[in-house]
Design a protein around this ligand. Structure first.
Ligand code: TYM
Length: 336
């Protein structure tokens, strides 16, 4: 069997980018009889970017309800909150001690903060916490704790998976005594949706405020789509699908026939307003039923809690003995 693992940071409301880039492919993969899947709420990661407890709490609930509404089978998959697994922060420390500072200096998220500070003439590390700096080590612990082979992620996360691989290699080399303590993970990217664009054409992201919420009402969906930026070509004028992020969004959800038809319509001069209506219908069709399930789940936090605690129990039955082995490997064993 293949072990697949992925997580979502609990700082916001799930958007179409999370769905197309992470949740949908992960759920499809989890149905394969040859696959053992681990999906989790990265709520320790959330503390790195957010100091608003209410927002984090709300987001955990929303993201949990989203996975279930989208059809995750929690009897087959292991579904849990990162913060319910104390072995993860403990493993983070073991990994921190073998991770070069230079490796983390090269992490995109950290480098982006440094570059921004330098541009503004500030101290390079202004506002950078140790949480942000060590982010890739915590993520490596998530992945290595369960010896995942494959990590489906969007393009922005590839570097982190590669770092997890480097860290695993180093740990194996230092403490494995010829044995592979950790499996070397691989990132898996859905090619068609590698980076779903947002309303303004940049990557859809909470931090750019350009997202389309996954389970907003039909009205919220329509309003968001109305804000998609298009060029100034008039109705009747041919549109260029390949330079339109509206088309890219359509592509991530359409069958090949639907896409071919939409493409032909744009080339034949479909008005942008009409094109937006087509996108709305496509999304409303794909998401309508799941939206209803979501609305039923989100008002039952006790049930969600039970499901997540059961998932944490399942995860810890693997994590606890494995961490025991790792502690022994580094020299932390009982004197008895
Ligand atoms: P996060 O929460 O930023 O995003 C969750 C997943 O959604 C993908 N994604 C997108 N994919 C396509 N188009 C987009 N516009 C888009 N926006 C987001 C992300 O690539 C990601 O796969 N550090 C991770 C969470 C994490 C994790 C892990 C993932 C923590 N530990 C271990 C995998 C394995 C993050 O912040 O993702």
């Amino acid at each position: 069997t293949t072990r697949i693992l992925t997580g979502i940071t609990t700082t916001g409301t799930p958007h179409l980018g999370n769905y197309a880039g992470a949740i949908r492919p992960a759920i499809v993969a989890s149905r394969d009889a040859q696959v053992d899947s681990f999906y989790f709420l990265a709520d320790y990661h959330a503390l790195i970017k957010c100091d608003d407890p209410l927002r984090i709490q709300r987001s955990r609930l929303e993201i949990a309800a989203t996975w279930l509404a989208c059809g995750l089978d929690t009897d087959k998959a292991t579904f849990y909150r990162q913060s319910d697994i104390p072995e993860i922060p403990e493993l983070t420390w073991l990994l921190t001690c073998v991770t070069g500072k230079g490796l983390l200096n090269r992490a995109h998220a950290y480098k982006a903060s440094v570059d921004k500070n330098l541009e503004g003439g500030e101290d390079p590390d202004a506002g950078v916490t140790m949480g942000l700096f060590s982010y890739p080590v915590l993520m490596a612990a998530d992945i290595l704790m369960f010896n995942a082979h494959k990590v489906p992620v969007g393009r922005d996360q590839i570097q982190h998976v590669e770092m997890a691989r480097d860290i695993a290699q180093r740990f194996n080399h230092l403490f494995g005594q010829g044995k592979e303590l950790f499996t070397l993970p691989e990132a898996v990217i859905e090619e068609e949706v590698a980076t779903l664009p947002g309303l303004d054409g940049r990557k859809m992201s909470k931090s750019y405020d350009n997202t389309i919420p996954l389970f907003g009402s039909a009205k919220q969906l329509k309003d968001a789509i109305a804000r998609i930026v298009t060029d100034s070509r008039e109705p009747g004028e041919p549109k260029d699908p390949d330079s339109s992020h509206l088309y890219t969004l359509y592509q991530a959800f359409a069958t090949s026939e639907q896409l071919a038809e939409f493409r032909a319509d744009l080339l034949a001069g479909l008005a942008w307003g009409e094109a937006k209506h087509c996108l709305f219908q496509l999304l409303d069709n794909e998401l309508g039923e799941a939206r209803e399930r979501y609305q039923a789940l989100i008002v039952r936090p006790n049930d969600l809690e039970d499901i997540l605690l059961a998932g944490a129990g399942k995860a810890r039955r693997i994590a606890t003995p494995f961490l025991g082995e790792l502690r022994e490997a580094v020299g932390l064993r009982s004197f008895r």
